[in-house]
Structures are given as C-alpha cells and as structure tokens.
Design a protein. Structure first.
Length: 217
C-alpha cells in the first residue's frame, strides 16, 4: 500500500519524507486555505520535496475552465497530479488530461457507480471519502470494498486512493480490503507506529541494558 500525506503543511511533509514514509501528497482547497500559502508557491515547494504524485485541485467547475487551470497547475512540476471533482465536467476533463499523459485524481467520490465512471474516464486515482461517509452514519469502508470488487471484476488499473481518513483503524481496514493508496493526515500517519507494549518493552530493555554496564562499540 502506498502512503500519501493529506496536507499542504511543508514542515510536516518534509519530516515524513525524511522518514522515508511518503509515496505522494494530496492537497485540496481547504488544505491550501489552512496553510495560508499561495497555491502555486506551496505546491512547487511540495513537489521539490516529494518525488511521487502531488495532487493539486482545480477550482473551476466547467470543463474549459478546468482545462485552463489544469494547464497552469501542470506547469508547476512533472509530478503534479491534477485533481478534478466527480462531476460530468470533471470526468470529461479527466479523459482529456489522461489522454495527454497527465496523472488525474478524481475526488469527492461517495458511491461505487461514481468510481466506475472515473475508471471508465481513465482516472489514475479515485478518491473515495471514508470519513465523510462515516460522519453520515454510512460505513465508508464498505465503499472501498465495493470499488475494489468492481475494479477487479473488469481489470481497471485506476488506483483506489482511500481518502478522508480519520483514524489508524481506517488505514488498517483500507489495507486489508486492498486499497492501493491511503492519503493520511500527518498526525494519523505518525500514530501508526504507536503501541503501548512497544513503549513498555523498550523501557524495560533500556533499563536492563543500563544494569549490564556495557556499551556497544
Ligand atoms: C483527499 O484527497 C482529501 O484531501 C481529503 O482526504 C479530505 O479529507 P477530509 O474529509 O478530512 O476533509
């Protein structure tokens, strides 16, 4: 499973990249707002840090405008992945951009049929939003399982990018179902390493080691 980080915070991205844990980054207009940065500047900085796909989202809702914005965003770096919303215009832009050889992430997916359309439009990634479905009392993970089933039925190579992840449990369940990628908020990504028995065990080993009076090397 690939790990993308879901943020436009350059400090977090740099830290996680140095740990060797990052395969890519996703941003969206809300995350750009939160960063307080200019989209072109911050996206360029992110692309210079991370080698993998960096999703940058169009703000237009109409096909021709989306294509103009996609052209601007594409010029930022070679690893830009254009993010388009799951609308008819977004799907049309997806087909046009992937035909030109661009990576496209189709975002705001809340149903298996929407994911089927995105795959038919040649999407590189489909982003089902787990947490936002959970918020409505619907099991978001069930959507990941449905999409996995459909994509495997027909051999679509669109990658399932589990998005709107809110917990480490979400990451585990998405991995068990076979999502290709999870885009994870920085704090949740770092929390994956945590286990109380790891902390307790390490404490005991360090204490016993100190009692040996030895040094390695
Ligand atoms: C995905 O690419 C989106 O940026 C993101 O996962 C949305 O998550 P949220 O529902 O926590 O805003």
């Amino acid at each position: 499973m690939k790990f993308f980080v879901d943020t436009a915070d350059v400090k977090d991205i740099r830290e996680l990249n140095e740990l060797g844990l990052l395969d890519g980054v996703t941003t969206n207009p809300s995350l750009i707002l939160k960063s307080g940065r200019n989209i072109a500047e911050v996206t360029k900085e992110i692309c210079d840090i991370v080698e993998g796909p960096v999703s940058a989202e169009v703000a237009a809702t109409e096909y021709a405008e989306m294509m103009k914005e996609a052209a601007v965003l594409s010029k930022i770096a070679d690893n830009i992945c254009i993010k388009v919303p799951l609308t008819l215009d977004g799907l049309k832009a997806c087909r046009a951009l992937t035909s030109e050889g661009r990576m496209v992430n189709v975002t705001l997916c809340f149903s298996a049929n929407q994911a089927l359309l995105a795959a038919k439009a040649g999407a590189t990634f489909i982003s089902p939003f787990i947490g936002r479905l959970d918020d409505m009392g619907v099991d978001g993970m069930e959507l990941i399982a449905e999409i996995r089933h459909i994509y495997d039925n027909y051999g679509f190579d669109t990658e399932i990018l589990a998005a709107s992840i809110r917990s480490t449990e979400h990451v585990k369940r998405a991995a068990m179902i076979g999502a290709d990628v999870a885009t994870i908020p920085p704090a949740t990504l770092k929390a994956l390493v945590k286990h109380p028995l790891t902390d307790k065990g390490l404490e005991m080993f360090l204490s016993d080691w100190a009692k040996t009076g030895q040094k390695i090397g």
